[in-house]
Design a protein around this ligand. Structure first.
Ligand SMILES: Nc1ncnc2c1ncn2[C@@H]1O[C@H](COP(=O)(O)OP(=O)(O)OP(=O)(O)O)[C@@H](O)[C@H]1O
Ligand SMILES: [Mg+2]
Length: 328
């Protein structure tokens, strides 16, 4: 949808890239920006002033200490028509930790992630982030919450018509009052941290898969969010690049202390990066725990998932038990 066509009845507009909504904004908020991309699309729609919008949308999220609950999901269900996609999901995501949600195709992983990020609403249940229930917020307030959450989408979802620099600068231009010089300094610092210093003027079509993921991560981190969510961050990458992205996820947690939620179908990757793993099957959580706890699980499904990722959990468990010093 083009926001310039938004009228009074339009509550919000999504900026789409490759079929994915990269930014969701109340259409009036999009109109209020006089900078960059959104201004070109929103000339005729009515606008709130920036001050009025921020007054309307005040939300105070607390940032818990490392290890404390940060995102708490209770009795969460999502129905699409007759199809129950998520059923009574309860889960806690702890501050400063990496939680990996693993499940087969169609298990409901992306649906869960979108609800956690405030991009979709559940049919019932609650999602508490920093003590605030997302299900009770209006669009303007949700928009405020989204600034605290960096999203790395499955296919990176970069904006094809913009350079790497402009993709990463986009959230700063939309959401901050930084000067162009300040934006340049911050974007260049983030890009060089992620090894992209030479790629600032390239366009998405000129990037490798791994580079695109790093640009998507730079864009997700540029507003210094407390939470980063990754949907299948290693899909489509070769094993070497996939390991590099895994390391990036761990480094990001260690460097910034962010709470990370990673969606994956790969138990091997989950085992490498996760502090906690949540297994989803048919829209329901069927197991959760540390990687070691899941290796020790006697659940048939857990074993199957380990096996499909090339891991022999029985052997790992035997090695693990053999490695534990015996008393006396
Ligand atoms: N907007 C929608 N409308 C109707 N059904 C939907 C919608 N979004 C998802 N679904 C359905 O919900 C189920 C779960 O989808 P979801 O994308 O969450 O799965 P997933 O675990 O991420 O799968 P994959 O690993 O293939 O990405 C699927 O059966 C899907 O068809
Ligand atoms: Mg998915």
């Amino acid at each position: 949808m083009c926001p310039s066509s938004a009228d009074d009845s339009t509550s919000h507009a999504a900026l789409m890239s490759n079929g994915v909504s990269v930014f969701v904004e109340p259409s009036r908020r999009i109109c209020s920006s006089n900078q960059s991309f959104s201004a070109r699309y929103a000339r005729n729609a009515p606008c709130y002033s920036g001050a009025m919008a921020s007054e309307l949308s005040k939300v105070k999220l607390s940032r818990p200490e490392r290890g404390e609950p940060h995102i708490v999901v209770e009795s969460l269900s999502k129905q699409y028509g007759a199809a129950a996609v998520l059923r009574n999901v309860n889960a806690t995501f702890r501050a400063g930790q990496i939680a990996v949600v693993v499940g087969g195709s169609g298990a409901g992983k992306t649906t869960l992630l979108k609800i956690l990020a405030g991009l979709d609403q559940p049919t019932s249940g609650t999602v508490l982030i920093g003590g605030v229930d997302l299900t009770q917020l209006d669009e303007l307030q949700l928009n405020e919450v989204r600034k605290h959450i960096g999203m790395v989408f499955q296919y990176s979802a970069l904006l094809d018509s913009m350079s790497v620099f402009d993709n990463v600068a986009f959230p700063l231009r939309e959401h901050t009052k930084l000067t162009p010089a300040e934006i340049r300094a911050r974007v260049e610092r983030e890009l060089s941290r992620l090894g992209l210093g030479d790629a600032t003027e390239k366009f998405p079509a000129e990037l490798s898969g791994g580079m695109s993921k790093r640009v998507a991560l730079a864009r997700a981190l540029i507003l210094e969010p407390a939470i980063v969510m990754y949907d299948e961050p290693t899909s489509g990458l070769d094993p070497v690049m996939a390991r590099a992205v895994d390391r990036l996820i761990v480094n990001t947690r260690d460097r910034l202390g962010v709470t990370s939620v990673v969606i994956s179908h790969d138990m091997a990757a989950a085992r490498r990066v996760a502090d906690q793993i949540h297994l989803l099957d048919g829209g329901q959580p069927v197991a959760s725990g540390t990687p070691e706890e899941l290796v020790a699980s006697d659940s048939h499904l857990v074993r199957e998932l380990f096996q499909s990722s090339g891991i022999d959990s029985r052997r790992l468990l035997a090695e693990h038990v053999a490695g534990i010093p015996q008393p006396g």
